[in-house]
Unconditional design. Structure first.
Lengths: 437, 160
């Protein structure tokens, strides 16, 4: 096949997405959560990041702060759970490995959704919808998780089809816009707001409304040149995608990262340098682990501290500092030393700190060693072997089995996760109970 | 604290290989490998093949048929001792297997996971314990039996 004909070849994509993923994961292992309103809260039990359909119905909004919901929660008996990322990650792996059996070309778009390319697979199934139903059945049967499947000739249309499959029960969880009669597509698109299009946020949605475009059908039928002139090349591309011209390819391999950030808010306000140092060392240890997992090294690090801007009664302070390394490295010891060196310079006593974090910058592949005339810090064979052993031990025996002493062991500043479910699938101590009675 | 200074690279960055090296394969911490001796040890002269390790035995491959659909549960109670399932054992549960008559299943009863023998014969659906102290549970026509998965094995550990 020549390149020219490959470009003209029509594409077909499926987007598979788990319904209410975090809540659904919790329900697999806790039957008490069925048929009642459930929400999952973000880090530090701050905001609602996942809702069951029952919670949606009683008016729980996505992103709503939990303290504002407490009254509603009491009235309707809402169960609020802290996020259990170990569980969600392990369930996500299972779903993705099932999906990989359906297509050799897959892009894992997020923890709970994947694009599959269905090119050339048409002969294996009576129809794309039949394949979609098979995916739905198998994921549900094997993992207990409900999924919806959207199918379309572009990623944007597959994403839209998925939205339709979720919202409109008559599709039974699978919507195929690629083989739908055009009159039916038109009537669907005429009845869905333009904000539901992939990549159209609230702000652009308002601009489109102001220009008279309120439905997806109107956006699809707008002249490409007009879209480009008024909203830019990205919107022109979205218009093309809606017309079934695939412009966005499957990204099967995530591009290497440009930066790694590890930062989090504290469960309670932190005042002293030793406590801040512990948290910075911990975040840096985890960032360095990520760096080594990607076989990369970094050239510099940045560390920052921040008070809570929402506590207006408190004096405010926030500051960051960048520390260049003497040589590229991925050695936890050197990176933590650099971070603590930076922290000492920006720390000011007398403030109540809410957040610290670190960022690794100038990330490049580890293979390219830059030779130096000066002695190397945190580089070379010995450092590499030590870090390998550390990562291996932490991989086998759990996170933080081996860590730097500066990361501390008291961790009074750690995340608040008051109502976290057990590690049902990730820790032998936490596997669920089967009663024999 | 040594001074943190930057060093200007004297190797041109254009020599960077286009592709990053392949990352290490992840360790699977649950795998327990036991060496399998392919040849029997006989009296007399040792076989020259002795000591050759043919392959590694992996308990996962013995217990788990479908990794994606397999989950573990801890047994609590003594109603299944007749099937050699004891308090504290680890159940291996496969969700991809269709539950049939005589299978040991994990069912959801009163919002709890319960391990029982499935009796599904000539229109009668019951869950049986494997201990005479426990009565079977019979399901009427309008009732729904929710089978979570099929138990394909157990693992016991002894105090040593």
């Amino acid at each position: 096949m020549t390149v020219a004909s490959a470009i003209g070849t029509p594409q077909i994509f499926a987007l598979v997405d788990v319904n209410n993923f975090y809540v659904s994961c919790e329900r697999v292992f806790n039957p008490h959560l069925e048929n009642r309103p459930v929400v999952v809260l973000s880090n530090n039990d701050g905001c609602c990041v996942a809702r069951s359909s029952e919670s949606r119905e009683i008016g729980v909004k996505m992103g709503a702060p939990w303290f504002q919901l407490k009254e509603l929660a009491q009235k309707h008996n809402i169960v609020a759970l802290s996020s259990n990322y170990a569980l969600y990650g392990s369930m996500s792996d299972r779903v993705m490995s099932i999906l990989r059996d359906y297509s050799p070309n897959m892009e894992t778009y997020s923890i709970d959704e994947s694009f599959l390319s269905l090119n050339g697979l048409g002969g294996l199934w009576p129809s794309a919808s039949a394949m979609g139903q098979s995916i739905r059945y198998r994921v549900r049967q094997w993992t207990g998780l409900p999924v919806c499947v959207g199918i379309g000739p572009s990623k944007t249309l597959a994403k839209l089809a998925n939205h339709i499959a979720k919202k409109q029960p008559r599709f039974n969880g699978v919507c195929d816009l690629a083989s739908m009669p055009s009159a039916q597509v038109d009537s669907l698109l005429a009845n869905i707001g333009v904000n539901e299009v992939w990549g159209v946020g609230r702000r652009i949605g308002l601009q489109l409304h102001a220009a008279g475009i309120t439905t997806i059908q109107q956006l699809r039928d707008a002249a490409p040149s007009w879209l480009r002139a008024k909203f830019g090349v990205v919107m022109e591309r979205t218009g093309n995608e809606l017309r079934g011209i695939s412009c966005l390819a499957l990204e099967e391999v995530a591009p290497p990262r440009k930066q790694i950030i590890s930062s989090r808010s504290f469960g309670q306000l932190v005042h002293t340098l030793p406590e801040l140092s512990e948290s910075v060392a911990t975040y840096m240890s985890s960032a360095a682990e990520t760096l080594r997992r990607e076989n990369s090294v970094c050239e510099a690090i940045q560390v920052f501290v921040q008070t809570n801007p929402f506590r207006e009664q408190d004096p405010q302070y926030s500051k960051g500092i960048t520390i260049p390394l003497p040589n590229v490295s991925s050695d936890t010891r050197l990176l933590v030393r650099a971070a603590l060196f930076g922290l000492k310079r920006i720390y000011r006593p007398g403030f109540a700190y809410k957040k610290t974090g670190v960022m690794l910058i100038g990330i490049g592949p580890a293979a390219v060693q830059q030779l130096s005339l000066l002695p190397q810090h945190g580089a070379g064979d010995k450092s590499q072997r030590l870090m390998q052993v550390m990562d291996k031990l932490n991989g086998i025996y759990g996170r933080n089995t081996v860590s730097l002493f500066s990361a501390g062991s008291r961790k009074s500043w750690t995340m608040r996760r008051e109502n976290m479910s057990p590690g049902y699938t990730t820790n032998w101590k936490d596997v669920p109970v089967a009663h024999a009675r | 604290m040594p001074a943190m200074t930057t060093i200007i690279p004297f190797i041109s960055p254009s020599k960077t290989p286009a592709l990053p090296p392949l990352p290490r394969a992840a360790l699977a911490p649950t795998i327990c490998r036991l060496p399998l001796l392919q040849y029997r040890i006989s009296a007399g002269f040792p076989s020259p093949a002795d000591g050759y390790l043919e392959e590694m035995l992996d308990l996962n491959s013995y217990l788990v048929r479908n990794k994606t659909a397999t989950f573990f549960f801890r047994v609590m109670g003594d109603s299944m001792t007749g099937a050699n399932i004891h308090d504290g054992d680890m159940l291996v549960v496969d969700r991809s297997i269709e539950a049939k008559h005589r299978h040991i299943v994990l069912a959801v009863i009163n919002n709890e996971y319960t391990v029982k023998r499935l009796y599904y014969h000539e229109g009668v659906i019951e869950l049986h314990a494997e201990n005479p102290a426990y009565a079977p549970i019979r399901f009427q026509e309008h009732e729904e039996l929710q089978v979570w998965g099929v138990v394909v094995g157990t693992v016991s550990r002894f105090v040593v």
